[in-house]
Design a protein around this ligand. Structure first.
Ligand code: MG
Length: 387
């Protein structure tokens, strides 16, 4: 039986003309190169660990909040819908989404900031670069190569942003930052889908955590419009269903705008090939000016009412302290780390000095789930705790 592949635009990334993998491999008998990338990502331990990493709320503090795994799946869902509507490669889009947060530390952005601070004298820590490091080096799953040996297009999509300094060290992969080129549409879609997913699910989680109430949320145009429509249409409906229906409609509204606005940009720019997508002065994946403004309003609202809520700040301050203390203890004495991580850090130190040693410690910490980081911290600092 044969399946007709979906009709794709001429500017879509094409697995047949991929720039290839770092190490050449025979093609898969049943999957395209991009579908294979996606499947490799799903089988990693870094992917599984996303289930116990925080998005905003510490992962074990409630079963109702999104973890990074759920966030990742929601991003992939939104991006795949947009990719299909715009006739670009949905398997590559999905692969980029599934890998986009693999390099995240425990405790969300607070964790990343803390680790970056610890690594200040050793090249810094950036979760984007770390995601790439996970798929290129840290995963140990294949006999023939370290990492996952993903296609160039997938690796490029994972590297969302990057300093010029780091871009120069990344060779071909860093080129687009130096030449100020755009990535493929698949990567652009994944990137915007990420923002849409978290802004909307943080409304839901914020309500569940009782940080947000409907009165405050009705200040936000995007929310108010959909909420008022739902409440008028279903005056008898219970609050939970009203809220979920409202958020569902918000996502739908933004995603439709995303598709129409990007299609309008494509119609105007008329790229015929992927190279013409890359040469555009700005990204083609976009929201309309009005929708973007409303989306930014929602983002600013969440920053004020959720991310800077005193209860969240208490959590993130604690989290930062946990990571700082772990880093200091391990960096001072590598023998406190489990043998394989100790060996990796010592090896890196032999090659790159203190920066290598620090990177080995950062790799160990970045890979931890929230729960594991808290447990390691207890084992190191609480005398009564089993080690
Ligand atoms: Mg994300």
């Amino acid at each position: 039986m044969t399946f007709a592949p979906p009709a794709r635009a001429s500017f879509a990334e094409n697995p047949e003309t991929s720039r290839g993998r770092l190490r050449e491999e025979p093609p898969s008998a049943m999957r395209t190169a991009f579908a294979r990338d996606r499947d490799r990502i799903i089988h990693t331990s870094a992917f599984r660990r996303l289930k116990e990493k925080t998005q905003v709320f510490v992962a074990h503090e409630g079963d109702h909040f999104r973890t990074r795994l759920i966030h990742t799946i929601e991003v992939a869902q939104i991006a795949r819908s947009v990719a299909l509507a715009l006739k670009v490669n949905e398997a590559l889009t999905e692969a980029i989404c599934l890998a986009h947060d693999l390099g995240h530390t425990p405790f969300g952005h607070a964790g990343q900031d803390a680790l970056n601070e610890c690594m200040r004298d050793y090249g810094g820590f950036e979760h984007n670069l770390q995601s790439l490091r996970v798929v290129d080096e840290l995963e140990e799953r294949y006999a023939e190569f370290p990492g996952l040996n993903l296609t160039f297009e997938c690796r490029e999509g994972i590297l969302k942003h990057c300093s010029l300094h780091n871009a120069r060290e990344l060779g071909e992969l860093g080129e687009r930052f130096i030449k100020r080129q755009q990535p493929g549409l698949e990567a652009q879609i994944a990137n915007l889908a990420d923002e849409i997913a978290y802004n909307n699910h943080d409304v839901d989680d914020g309500i569940r955590a009782q940080l947000l109430d409907l009165g405050a949320l009705r200040e936000v145009r995007l929310f108010r419009r959909q909420y008022d429509a739902v409440a008028a249409q279903y005056p008898q409906l219970g609050e939970r269903r009203v809220i979920h229906e409202t958020i569902r409609r918000m996502i739908n509204y933004i995603v439709l705008d995303f598709i129409h606005s990007t299609q309008a940009q494509l119609d105007a720019a008329r790229p015929r090939t992927i190279d013409e997508v890359r040469a555009q002065p700005k990204t083609l994946a976009t929201l309309s000016a009005g929708c973007r403004e409303e989306h930014l309003e929602l983002k600013a609202f969440l920053r004020e009412h959720v991310y800077r809520h005193y209860k969240v700040l208490r959590m993130t301050t604690k989290a930062r302290r946990v990571l700082q203390e772990l880093f200091e203890a391990f960096f001072k004495d590598l023998n406190l780390m489990p043998p394989e991580h100790r060996a990796q850090a010592s090896q890196a130190e032999a090659m790159h000095g203190a920066a290598g040693r620090a990177r080995g410690v950062a790799d160990y910490i970045a890979g931890m789930t929230d729960r594991y980081a808290i447990l390691e911290h207890r084992r190191l600092f609480e005398p009564g705790e089993r080690t």
